[in-house]
Ligand binder design. Structure first.
Ligand code: ZN
Length: 119
């Protein structure tokens, strides 16, 4: 399973690479070596939708005392997750932007470590 690269329009990005892509760690196209990633808001939205479905199906399963209800909720969440990831749009990102995103990430880590000293 591959995804179309937003740069060269060739199916050069594996679904797994797309799934785990972010600004700091983008997916690389096997055709043009271009970097691209899925927006953080898309990533968060897909997770949130999955969590909502799971919670609703868990509450429903407990209320109806039916494990089958939870299993169907689980199947629905997984199916929607796969579908959402397949449809998620990828955006090209430059090498410099990736370096900056990594730097920001490291800086945030430093800030958190620093704040941790005072807790
Ligand atoms: Zn490409």
């Amino acid at each position: 399973m591959t995804h179309t690269c937003p740069r060269c329009k060739q199916p050069g990005i594996s679904n797994l690479a797309k799934r785990w892509s972010s600004r700091a760690v983008p997916a690389q196209c096997t055709v043009c070596s271009g970097l691209s990633h899925v927006l953080k808001s898309t990533d968060n939205g897909i997770w949130a939708a999955g969590v909502v479905i799971l919670v609703v199906s868990l509450i429903g399963a407990l209320g109806l005392n039916s494990a089958l209800f939870f299993v169907s909720g689980l199947v629905l969440a997984v199916a929607l997750n796969i579908r959402a990831w397949r449809r998620a749009k990828m955006y090209p990102i430059s090498q410099e932007a990736v370096a900056n995103a990594s730097k920001v990430g490291l800086a945030m880590l430093g800030v958190y470590a620093f704040l941790g000293l005072f807790q």
